[in-house]
Design a binder for this molecule. Structure first.
Ligand SMILES: CC(C)(COP(=O)(O)OP(=O)(O)OC[C@H]1O[C@@H](n2cnc3c(N)ncnc32)[C@H](O)[C@@H]1OP(=O)(O)O)[C@@H](O)C(=O)NCCC(=O)NCCS
Length: 184
């Protein structure tokens, strides 16, 4: 399936968060820390669908803000995927959100969005990309790994006050520009 990716401009702001925002949960990570390096296995959990709450943020400032950007993927005229990024305090490009509509997953759109994000980091002289996901989003973890991200941190407390998410463990993934050989 053919898709195109465009950087956000003011005419596209209304296209943000039009995609489906669900993920199938059927396993979770079991972390192992050895010599300060993280690895993981997975264990099965009862199947459920997790819906990521879309923020109510107004993205109208993004096109004119050099600290922030977004790229949207389109199939024909339909929004198929999105990545939203900003420069973080530590100079990494922080992925605030990435998602591909369920109808268009496993077609390379997510990887292409990461690749555009990485190019944005390069154009802005940033060292790489970082993002946070959760231990029960195994599909996303496999995806990040396949794009070259390395799992470098976890936080068992981040979601502690977040009611329905309070059992979740935050995972921090990094992709360094100097380790990304060509397009991811
Ligand atoms: C994670 C997500 C963005 C991946 O997007 P995508 O367009 O399906 O990813 P791609 O097609 O580019 O996948 C590239 C590779 O990543 C890996 N991958 C992607 N999704 C995977 C999954 N669910 N399970 C295992 N590996 C996966 C595969 O190696 C894949 O290559 P292959 O299809 O040739 O085997 C998409 O599944 C999604 O939107 N999920 C719901 C929202 C979400 O969880 N967002 C992340 C929040 S932190």
């Amino acid at each position: 399936m053919k898709f195109i990716i465009k950087e956000l401009d003011s005419s596209m702001v209304g296209d943000i968060h039009r995609i489906d925002n669900e993920s199938d949960i059927d396993s979770k990570l079991v972390l192992c820390l050895e010599d300060n390096r993280l690895s993981y296995t997975t264990i099965g959990v009862p199947h459920r669908t997790k819906r990521f709450p879309h923020d109510e943020y107004e993205y109208t400032s993004y096109p004119d803000d050099p600290e922030k950007t977004a790229f949207l993927a389109y199939v024909d005229e339909q929004v198929a995927g999105e990545i939203i990024l900003r420069k973080n305090w530590n100079r990494f490009a922080l992925v605030e959100w990435i998602g591909v509509d369920r109808r268009f997953r496993r077609m390379g759109i997510g990887r292409a969005l990461i690749s555009r994000g990485l190019q944005w980091a390069k154009d802005n002289n940033l060292p790489g990309i970082m993002l946070e996901t959760q231990d029960n989003n195994v599909g996303a973890c496999r995806f990040y790994e396949s794009c070259g991200f390395v799992l470098r941190g976890f936080d068992t407390g981040l979601y502690g006050g977040a009611n329905q998410y309070k059992e979740e463990i935050a995972l921090f993934w990094y992709l360094m520009l100097d380790s990304a050989a060509g397009p991811v």
